[in-house]
Ligand binder design. Sequence first.
Ligand SMILES: [Cu+2]
Length: 181
Amino acid sequence: MKKFAVAAVACLSLAGMSACEKVEKTTTRVEKSTDINGVVKKSSLEMTNYAMRSALGNNPNTAAYVTITNKGNSEDQLISASCTCAATTTLHTMKMNGSVMEMAEAKDGFVIKSGETITFVPGGNHIMLENLTERPQAGQTVDVTLAFKNAGPVTLHMPVSDTPLAKAGTSGAMDHGDMKM
Ligand SMILES: [Cu+2]
């Protein structure tokens, strides 16, 4: 597994005010090659933009996010996620229930075809961390392990933020904490 961590400084100017914030750009790659009777399968996953939302107030739950790109020549499947920081860690997706958008467990995980990218972002798919056993705070780093069918387990060192991904160009406008369980 090759790991890259790049720290960048992002500045924005709002109504005459200027603020600079350190943005952690995170990338993890995992590569595996199998040769079964001359058929070579290259498993190559790239994980970027991963982050965990801080434990806010008395909320017993939080969520974590990641973008996964399958750069290999065969499909893979994200089966599950785990974190020692929570009693229960599951993969959640968003579904319409009548006219209400609700989150629901993706029991079969997520298939990621060759060349495909799947995103876990605030307001969309997310890694649900329920009944926190720790209270992750902004600035900390918490390990989350993703289990893939072919690539196996991959541990991401997730930076914790009060506004995860908001500064990385992804919309953080929809707060997971406001969602209907
Ligand atoms: Cu959820």
